[in-house]
Design a binder for this molecule. Structure first.
Ligand SMILES: [Ca+2]
Ligand SMILES: [Ca+2]
Ligand SMILES: [Ca+2]
Length: 415
């Protein structure tokens, strides 16, 4: 389920202003209780009130009342009033631990996939469609097993994920190298969620205008991306067009076709300012079929950790990349030469051959997010270092929260 948090703007509201928000751990944790949230709210001229969602998970742990922290920061064109930090109170809906795992209930399973992969509450059509895929099996165990796996894989394969999460993933891979900050040149969990949620803001595939909203989000994202200090450090503004494009393909481990090169250079040239050129050229590289195919397996494996386990591959209990590398090798082994995974059915076949989705779905670590674990749904270790450059701000926010003595409390029922 979700609850919508309202942000009010007062005073002179005749122009545009923006503010960032976050939904972070307090006594409730992002692994079992809610979905880590971060994004930017845009107030257009004369808009005084906006909402953002907090996504709540259903679990079987009787844990009493827990809290998450809501924070507003980085106001542009406005200042943050009081309260800028608030407490989200999550009430329990059981008094003793449940013996059944909520994730075995088809509607809950589907809803949790919306939270974990698409960062939003399910729309009623989608919720009904995917639930029916599973419940139509009746009590046929092998059918249930297969449909649950297929429904789960469908969220990664969906247009909505491919255009948000996988889009962000390709930007990271094309930008960065293997460093201690980003081992194996993979995005870290929290920064990835932040960027994916920005791309997915107000996008519900199939609903009116979704393509327009998505395109606006992508354009804004690409312009923001090429202005980031980290990006400019890797792609100095002194680079020529061809150096810029070539490096983006090389970092993506892709060999572009001549047509892809031409299209990327053309996109670069069509920009007005240097920033626009770089945003458009970079995006065209990342959207090239050769890059899409080259990055598919690493993205798929990483999303098993981000989506199901809500952590980086090298966080506890793994503490290293051997698990990630094992699964990446397996995906690579089950890939066939010349396969084009921009074709959804080709992609699904590969994913099914590797049998990875099932392995994660039945893993104790996934299932114990919701029921039956000694950790009671909490993270087994820290996911700190997961959001480079932002941890300090979070630490400051926590301090302020205590100083302000949690001014606003919103209450609702949950898992
Ligand atoms: Ca909890
Ligand atoms: Ca509970
Ligand atoms: Ca519950």
């Amino acid at each position: 389920m979700q609850t919508l948090i309202t942000v009010n703007r007062s005073g002179s509201i005749g122009s545009v202003s923006t503010v960032d928000y976050s939904v972070d751990n307090a006594t409730a944790t992002q692994r079992g209780d809610f979905t880590f949230g971060r994004g930017t709210i845009v107030f257009n001229a004369n808009e005084s009130s906006k909402t953002f969602p907090a996504l709540i998970s259903e679990d079987a742990y009787a844990e009493g009342t827990e809290t998450a922290t809501l924070t507003l920061s980085n106001a542009v064109g406005a200042t943050i009033g009081s309260p800028g930090i608030a407490t989200l109170q999550i009430n329990d809906n059981e008094t003793v631990d449940g013996s059944a795992n909520p994730i075995d209930d088809a509607p809950i399973y589907v809803c949790q996939h919306y939270h974990d992969f698409l960062n939003r509450q399910s729309d009623s059509d989608g919720q009904a469609f995917w639930t029916n895929q599973i419940t139509s099996c009746g009590s046929n165990a092998s059918c249930l097993d297969e449909k649950r796996n297929n429904v789960s894989a469908a969220f990664f394969l969906s247009v909505e994920f491919q255009q948000t999460g996988y889009f962000a993933f390709r930007f990271y891979r094309a930008s960065f190298r293997d460093t201690t900050q980003r081992p194996l040149a993979l995005p870290r969990y929290q920064e990835f969620l932040r960027d994916t949620q920005a791309l997915g803001r107000n996008v519900v595939v199939g609903q009116q205008n979704w393509e327009f909203v998505l395109e606006q989000n992508k354009q804004g994202f690409a312009l923001d991306w090429v202005a980031r200090t980290e990006f400019i450090a890797e792609y100095p503004t002194t680079m020529t067009r061809d150096q810029f494009i070539d490096q983006a393909f090389a970092r993506s481990a892709a060999t572009p076709t001549q047509q892809e090169l031409t299209l990327a250079r053309g996109a670069y040239d069509s920009g007005g300012s240097l920033k626009e050129k770089r945003a458009q050229g970079f995006r065209k590289v990342c959207d090239s079929p050769s890059v899409f195919n080259a990055q598919y397996n690493p993205a798929f494996v990483l999303m098993q950790y981000f989506g199901y386990l809500r952590r980086n591959p090298d966080n506890a209990p793994d503490n290293n990349y051997s698990g990630y590398n094992f699964w990446l090798n397996k995906m690579n082994q089950f890939s066939q030469p010349g396969e084009d995974v921009t074709n959804e059915s080709v992609a699904l076949s590969r994913v099914k051959r590797a049998e990875m989705v099932k392995a994660f779905l039945v893993s104790a670590e996934y299932r114990e997010r919701f029921q039956g674990g000694s950790n009671r749904g909490n993270q087994q270790g820290s996911i700190a270092m997961a959001d480079p450059g932002r941890n300090l701000r979070d630490a400051i926010a926590r301090t302020l929260w205590f100083a302000l003595n949690s001014p606003l409390v919103k209450t609702f029922m949950t898992g």
